[in-house]
Design a protein around this ligand. Structure first.
Ligand code: HSE
Length: 316
């Protein structure tokens, strides 16, 4: 078969991870996809001549890349909302499939984007949008699709978990831990989205939409981040036998779906208490499967790239 022709918008941490995974696992990926996956073009507003593009052409015009009619898939990895949305709409509108890690646009514009994809017989893959390496989207849409879910709860922002772990474990200051999370490529371009709970709320919106067929209702999620927590809070919690985790929780109620993200006291012996650093975990309570728990790296180049490449193989 002809190779799957891919164009990537963005050349940040995750995009570089995708190029790396496609290169290092090329043979197995081609076997499992049934065809080679070829990145033929990359566009980024910030050129990075030091990055090996493996023969792909480079341009600074992300809009032109999304509008190309000779690509099978556009991978959107620039993050943010407005430009990313416009790129994804352009590609889907042309019938080009899209793979994205952008939780903001899926949470805020999911209904419209999926309708556009359907209308143009294109595929919209977004496994990388929630919980990095953890295949929670495929789990909810495929593996657990025979269940009704009562609730799900998770640690779904790696940056917040990294900061809380560093404050609790090493007594690190909030600002120092955040700076380190940024250096490691965990934090969003605007890290207030991480520490104020917005990123987790985007992800919870998506999980709730899939788990409860509830539609995408970001505006209805209660949102609280970790910025009000002090080292004293963490220490008092520890003395009482708890740790503090930033949790997203969605639960079926008789009159609708409850959805909230905020810091929670977790008993130190609870499974979620052992999820540290940039790890994420999602616990799903379903009426046939019972409790199932998924854990893995929630941010970072290769873990997020793993999800993007899985979506590319699906498209192929
Ligand atoms: N900023 C996000 C996080 C990246 O820290 O979880 C992965 O979505």
């Amino acid at each position: 078969m002809e190779p799957l022709r891919v164009g990537i918008c963005g050349l940040g941490t995750v995009a570089q991870g995708v190029l790396d995974v496609l290169r290092r696992n090329a043979r197995g990926i081609a076997q499992r996809a049934g065809r080679e996956i070829a990145v033929v073009a990359v566009a980024s507003r910030t050129p990075k001549p030091e990055v090996d593009l493996g023969g792909a052409t480079f341009s600074t015009d992300v809009h032109a890349l999304a509008a190309r009619d000779d690509l099978d898939v556009v991978v959107e990895l620039i993050g943010g909302e407005d430009t990313a949305l416009s790129l994804v709409e352009t590609a889907l509108g042309n019938g080009t499939s899209v793979v994205t890690g952008n939780k903001a646009i899926v949470a805020l514009h999911g209904e419209g984007l999926f309708a556009l994809a359907r209308a143009n017989a294109a595929h919209l893959g977004f496994e990388a949008a929630v919980a990095g390496s953890i295949p929670i989207i495929a789990t909810l849409t495929d593996a657990l699709a025979g269940n009704e879910h009562d609730w799900l709860a998770g640690i779904i922002n790696g940056t917040s978990n990294f900061i809380l772990s560093a404050m609790a474990g090493e007594g690190q200051a909030f600002a120092d831990a955040l700076a380190r999370a940024q250096e490691l490529g965990y934090a969003e371009a605007d890290p207030t989205f991480d520490v104020e709970g917005v990123d987790a709320a985007h992800k919870l919106t998506i999980l709730a939409a899939l788990a409860f067929d509830a539609g995408f209702h970001f505006e209805d999620v209660y949102v609280e981040g970790i910025t009000q927590l002090t080292p004293d809070d963490i220490e008092y919690a520890r003395q009482l036998g708890y740790c503090i985790k930033h949790i997203g929780l969605a639960r079926r109620r008789p009159n609708g779906i409850e959805a909230r993200v905020h810091p929670v006291l977790i008993p130190q012996e609870h499974l979620l208490a052992s999820i540290n650093d940039a790890m994420n975990a999602v616990l799903v309570h379903s009426n046939a499967a019972g409790d199932t728990l998924y854990a893995g790296a929630g941010a970072g180049a290769l873990p997020t790239a793993s999800a993007v490449v899985g979506d590319l193989i699906n498209v192929a």
